[in-house]
Design a protein around this ligand. Structure first.
Ligand SMILES: [Fe+2]
Length: 580
């Protein structure tokens, strides 16, 4: 990003007064003024370089012989969309992600980058920040507080001093999401980072899933400035009242717009409400698009179109203190503009970013730059079926703690009385009891039991796991589990479904075990193929890689995996697998 210099300002002034001519004029569209909440009929915008010089009913005085004129009559001009909470590292490489993200009118992304901290530490974060800069749209990041249940991942993460150093960078807008349970337990770097962020006038991103009443108030006291986890209008109100910006999530992980849409009928100030994706996977991105779909959905569930647009433009810019340069069509701001047919139809006819036309007639005019990341993958190993054997003594029943998968994301703890078979605890397919393992290195493998997945045969493994670095495998057979895991490592990372003596589906994630080097369309296709095959084999949830990936996260209740064993999200402790 470039700061406005006094020379730039003078140049914008001269264009505005007509003494210097504009580079580009958009003429004759209706303009959404996100500051006043009005639709202004027949307005024009004059652009000099990357910035807006003039906005008004008539820009003819800014047009010279060299000025390019874009006729927008009959269309509507809105500011470029901002995703205020993204996870760009979502199977596809950043440049492949951008090819589709840009198309629909998103011109700024604020992304979490914790995935890199767990795989590649400080160097991984610096690598990202250095290399992702030069793109047709603006990309900002947040510094991750690096909250994990995996000791191996924790050892890789940067020191507090290193994270503090990264916070100072211009393209870093604040501290990334800090899961409230761990923050309140006082075990994280989050408070120190939050204090530093506030000193730097930067944001402190929160994650208050299920956090209410006194605990929410206590959490807000850490300077938490946003939360994207509200699932009802009541939660939205509670957070708005505490001064927390509410980011309504509508993405691949969860979609909350429908559930929270009641909020629109309550007479509240919505300046602190925004719409975010919290990550969109390649399948959804290629098929449905990005923030334009979210705005459209908001309108479809009954939000006023201008409010829906404010929630992905000005409100987000204000949250991050960027509204002097982004988030509205006004003088001095970056010329980030989307032309749509009408206020009810969020479909980009033309997208301008930094004063340049980057999308026209549905096609990209400027390709994103390749981002040559050097992400370290998980340590390469070979596993054997015997690595997944669960040894247990005695013949009588043992009380065993089992992960029960309730939804595609949420698990709970159940206790089962199981009798060892020849000194081993085994799968019980009739009762939907499968094995689950987390593998970090040859010596760091934990195998437990999981119910609810429904797989009747075979195994699914993925190296694309949350808040950790390693491979999660779920399977009905130790041999298939080993085959799936070894194939993941052979590819340098990936997702594999192995069953009936062969690989049924696979996706290469050779960039650090978390991103693919393949075209996003191919990744999307292969993810869909894997899901279809997994369901044929009995898998019950709608996104198998996501369900497996989240088994290592501290962010979602209740029982999770680490290389040291099962972890109870309620207290953050490793708990016994065989209880008695
Ligand atoms: Fe997130």
């Amino acid at each position: 990003m470039e700061s406005l210099t006094p020379e730039n300002m003078k140049s914008l002034m001269n264009v505005s007064l007509g003494t210097v001519k504009a580079d580009l004029v958009i003429r004759g569209g209706d303009l959404v003024n996100v500051y006043s909440g009005e639709l202004l009929k027949g307005f024009s915008v004059a652009i000099k370089g990357k910035r807006i010089a003039y906005v008004g009913p008539d820009a003819n005085h800014t047009i010279g012989l060299e000025t390019k004129v874009l006729d927008a009559s009959g269309s509507v001009l809105v500011p470029g969309f901002i995703d205020g909470h993204a996870h760009m590292i979502n199977y596809a490489s950043p440049n492949e992600f951008l090819r589709y993200a840009i198309k629909g009118g998103t011109t700024t992304i604020v992304t979490e980058i914790m995935e890199l901290a767990f795989t590649s530490g400080y160097e991984g974060l610096v690598d990202w920040l250095d290399k992702v800069r030069e793109q047709p749209i603006k990309i900002f990041s947040t510094v991750p507080p690096c909250i994990t249940f995996s000791r191996a991942a924790r050892e890789k993460t940067p020191t507090l001093e290193q994270l503090m150093e990264l916070l100072k960078r211009e393209e870093v807008l604040g501290v990334g999401e800090g899961f409230w349970q761990e923050v309140l337990r006082g075990k994280t770097k989050y408070p120190a980072l939050a204090a530093e962020a506030l000193k730097l006038r930067k944001s402190v991103e929160g994650h208050a899933a299920g956090c209410r009443s006194e605990r929410l108030v206590a959490y807000a006291g850490f300077g938490v400035s946003s939360c994207h986890e509200s699932v009802s209008a009541e939660e939205v109100v509670e957070k708005l009242r505490l001064g927390i910006w509410v980011m309504i999530r509508e993405g691949s992980i969860r979609r909350e717009l429908d559930a929270v849409s009641k909020i629109k009928n309550i007479n509240l100030d919505f300046r602190r409400m925004t719409l975010v994706s919290d990550g969109v996977n390649p399948r959804d991105l290629v098929k449905n698009g990005y923030m334009e779909t979210v705005v459209q959905r908001a309108i479809d569930v009954g939000f006023d179109p201008i409010l829906a647009i404010q929630m992905v433009t000005l409100n987000v810019a204000e949250h991050f203190g960027l509204d002097a340069i982004l988030g509205g069509i006004a003088p001095g701001r970056y010329a980030d503009i989307v032309i749509i047919p009408d206020l009810q139809t969020i479909k980009a006819q033309c997208v301008l970013s930094n004063g340049q036309i980057i999308v026209q007639d549905g096609g990209l005019r400027v390709e994103p730059n390749v981002v040559p990341l050097t992400v370290q993958g998980p340590e390469e190993i070979r596993v054997n079926p015997s690595d997944f054997v669960i040894k247990a003594n005695g013949n009588g029943p043992l009380k065993v703690r089992v992960i029960e998968q309730l939804t595609g994301l949420v698990t709970r703890e159940v206790f089962c009385d199981l009798s060892p078979d020849h000194g081993e605890l085994t799968v019980d397919l009739e009762n939907d009891l499968l094995k689950v393992a987390f593998i970090v290195g040859q010596e760091k493998i934990f195998t437990g039991l999981i119910s609810g997945h429904g797989l009747k045969t075979g195994a699914i493994a993925t190296s694309g796991v949350w808040e950790a670095s390693g491979t999660v495998v779920v399977g009905a057979d130790e041999g298939d589990m080993a085959k799936a895991v070894n194939r993941v490592y052979e590819m340098g990372g990936g997702i594999v479904l192995y069953a009936n003596g062969r690989i049924q589906a696979e996706i290469e994630l050779s960039i650090g075990g978390i991103m693919s080097s393949l075209a996003i369309e191919t990744v999307a296709q292969e993810l869909a193929n894997l899901q279809e095959k997994a369901e044929t084999l009995g898998f019950r949830f709608s996104d198998a890689p996501l369900t497996l990936a989240t088994l290592t996260t501290p962010a979602i209740p209740f029982l999770r995996l680490s290389e040291a064993g099962l972890v109870d999200v309620r207290n953050g402790d490793v708990v016994e697998f065989i209880v008695s």
